[in-house]
Design a protein around this ligand. Structure first.
Ligand code: FMN
Length: 153
């Protein structure tokens, strides 16, 4: 069965809302029955990534960058995964209270270094999540799950 790895740093109710919306999308029956594995960013390993058919990332914006926890994840997996995860589909949502630009750019830059391919543009949410934000995260989760199913039919 195809596997979607969800690596998230969830530090507040707003981020929990976005995570739950993304997981609901990933687990929607129409995505084709993908196994969804969730890992807090500080616990995710290269083995998790190597066993995944797509990756969904979630982080707050912190001082113009991704969270230290998600950066630690990338630092941990970058070289162990560099050769074997080329073309892996990924998605990312970022939550902030004023400006997520730097955090999105940082994630996209490292993902490009890994030769991962975005399943859809990053979802950026400012302030209290609304229905449209939850829907965007749902779509993100569903598209990442669909991409996982395509990689491992
Ligand atoms: C140290 C620190 C730095 C932050 N830097 C940013 C930032 O650069 N851009 C931004 O939009 N939000 C920033 N935030 C806000 C967080 O992204 C936000 O607190 C987090 O997503 C959780 O959302 P909440 O505060 O609504 O619960 C920062 C928060 C902290 C604690």
């Amino acid at each position: 069965m195809a596997r979607l790895l969800v690596v998230h740093h969830t530090t507040s109710p707003a981020l929990q809302e976005l995570l739950e919306a993304a997981l609901d999308g990933a687990r929607a029956p129409e995505t084709g029955g993908v196994e969804v594995v969730t890992r807090p960013a500080l616990t995710a390993t290269a083995v998790d990534v190597l066993g995944a058919d797509a990756v969904l990332l979630g982080t707050p914006a912190n001082i113009g960058y991704m969270s230290g926890a998600l950066k630690h994840f990338f630092d941990t997996v970058y070289y162990p995964c560099l050769t074997d995860t080329t073309g892996l589909a990924y998605g990312v949502y970022v939550h902030g209270n004023n400006d997520t630009t730097g955090a999105v750019r940082a994630v996209e830059s490292i993902a490009a270094g890994l030769s991962w391919v975005a399943a859809r543009p990053a979802v950026s949410v400012i302030g209290a999540p609304g229905a449209a934000d939850r829907e965007a995260c749902w779509d993100l989760g569903a598209l990442c799950a669909y991409a996982a199913a395509q990689r491992s039919p």
